[in-house]
Design a protein around this ligand. Structure first.
Ligand code: PLP
Length: 224
């Protein structure tokens, strides 16, 4: 399949899973470790939002593609010393997991004239030691503190990367964890949920995710 065919197939899957009366989920094309030419090609098909995981790669791509109206979403692990670079080049950060990072994003956003800056809180949905994100039980407190103390941020909702065992091939109905994440997202900021990757796209859409982050199913393998 060509890049255009894969992109169109994912858009069709998103459309067909959309429950009647609900607006369609938005596609974030995850372009980390993918070449710039592929981003240009997919952007030309009307794709505007792209996800990147590494501050340096984001800044290089955003600068090289500055002539295109791309909306860059940062979805990688945040390091304090990279926050200014990320806020400079991204239009949104979905991986905020501490108040300290939120404060720094707020400060740079104000400084760079980008306030109110859209963010999401990343939840460590499976409480896995190997994954980043804030524990489920601490999310609401963090959300409240951000809304009350950081007007330079716009808290859009919740982002999650569930354990790898949650895949479309293992589930025919939506697992409880996904319903839990949907319900929790409703209580965070504007109530949006960013859930669903190449492997769990269908269950995430069935659970009512508002945006899905798809890398390999659109771009192909990151190694090639
Ligand atoms: C890499 C990545 C994705 C995309 O993963 P695929 O399996 O390639 O679809 C989505 N979200 C985050 C946070 C990622 O790091």
């Amino acid at each position: 399949m060509t890049l255009a065919q894969r992109h169109s197939k994912i858009l069709q899957r998103i459309q067909s899973h959309t429950k009647s009366g609900k607006r369609s989920a938005e596609l974030i094309a995850v372009s980390k470790l993918q070449p710039i030419e592929k981003i240009v090609e997919i952007h030309a098909l009307g794709q505007q939002k792209f996800g990147e995981n590494y501050a340096q790669e984001l800044s290089e791509k955003a600068e090289a593609l500055g002539h295109l109206d791309i909306y860059w979403v940062f979805i990688g692990h945040i390091q304090s010393n990279k926050i200014r670079k990320i806020v400079t080049h991204a239009q949104e950060i979905q991986t905020v997991a501490s108040f300290s990072h939120a404060q720094q994003i707020a400060r740079h956003a104000k400084d760079l004239g980008k306030a109110p800056f859209p963010i999401m809180l990343e939840v460590n949905a499976g409480d896995e030691a190997s994954k980043s994100g804030s524990p489920l039980k601490e999310i609401k407190t963090l959300a409240l503190q951000i809304v009350q103390e950081l007007p330079e941020l716009q808290l859009n909702g919740l982002m999650a990367i569930p354990p790898d065992s949650f895949s479309d091939s293992n589930y025919s109905t939506v697992p409880p964890l996904y319903h839990e994440l949907r319900a929790l997202a409703d209580e965070i900021g504007l109530g949006l949920l960013s859930l669903g990757m190449s492997n769990d796209l269908s269950i995430a859409l069935d659970a009512g995710s508002d945006m899905v982050r798809i890398g390999t199913a659109v771009f192909g393998s990151r190694d090639s």
